[in-house]
Design a protein around this ligand. Sequence first.
Ligand code: FMN
Length: 267
Amino acid sequence: MRRVHLLASLLVSFVLAAYVASLALTSGPVAGEKRLVARGRVVYLPLPQRTTSMTVEEAVLLRRSIREYSGQPVELEHLSLILWAAYGITDPRTGFRSTPSAGATYPLEVYVVVGERGVRSGGTYLPAGVYKYDPYTHSISLVKVGDFRRELATAALGQRWVEEAPVDIVVTAVFERTTRVYGERGYLRYVPMEVGHLGQNVYLISTALGYGCVVVGAFYDDKVREVVGAGAQEVPMYIIPVGRPARSHYTSFEEVWEYIISRRGSS
Ligand SMILES: Cc1cc2nc3c(=O)[nH]c(=O)nc-3n(C[C@H](O)[C@H](O)[C@H](O)COP(=O)(O)O)c2cc1C
């Protein structure tokens, strides 16, 4: 058993060494940087910047739960924006985030399960693995190497889209951060509400960038925790598969007007 462990850790070290050697090691990404910048197990994400031309109204109109994907990867600069919109820093003076939080207690943790060739940066791909997001440095750090999408889908009662998406975002909550300030109210209200805010941000930015996603709440907590390597104090809340949609989906404002007006006529 010990030998298996030793072999496994040697393999991980080898994969990481090869990966790091293939990347430019710099002190960090500069504004506008889009290529992979890594140091050890940490991948610094391209800095968030204005990218889409879609308005918020259009993103709200076109947001849909998407469960079939084209097989194309997620671009690293887009993953960067999706994670930033999910839980990134938006006010450097206070450290406040993209998602509102009761008393700014920020109980959530964000993981990314990257499939084989799931995230592309120029001509290279991020190694398949589980990564954890750090909002302060806007980086992801490798938790473990390998494609864990099938295990995650099994943990989610076999929901196909979890395995088929190039990337799954997993959100966990450390309830204690909020309940020690707000008590019971944190359990039933504040923390679940915050996960919803994060999920909607992921939906909207994904839509604006031309991706589709779906929030998945049905899974075995222990199994998801095990797949992402989360601590016992973290409760898995959402799995969010993200990918390019297999089919384009479109609704116009005019169709929505027609729907609303026809109901006014009959009331
Ligand atoms: C709390 C919550 C849990 C959900 N869990 C799942 C799930 O486990 N699997 C899934 O395919 N969709 C899940 N959904 C997505 C809903 O099925 C979807 O939002 C609904 O069908 C309406 O479609 P729309 O999102 O395109 O408007 C969940 C949505 C919410 C809000």
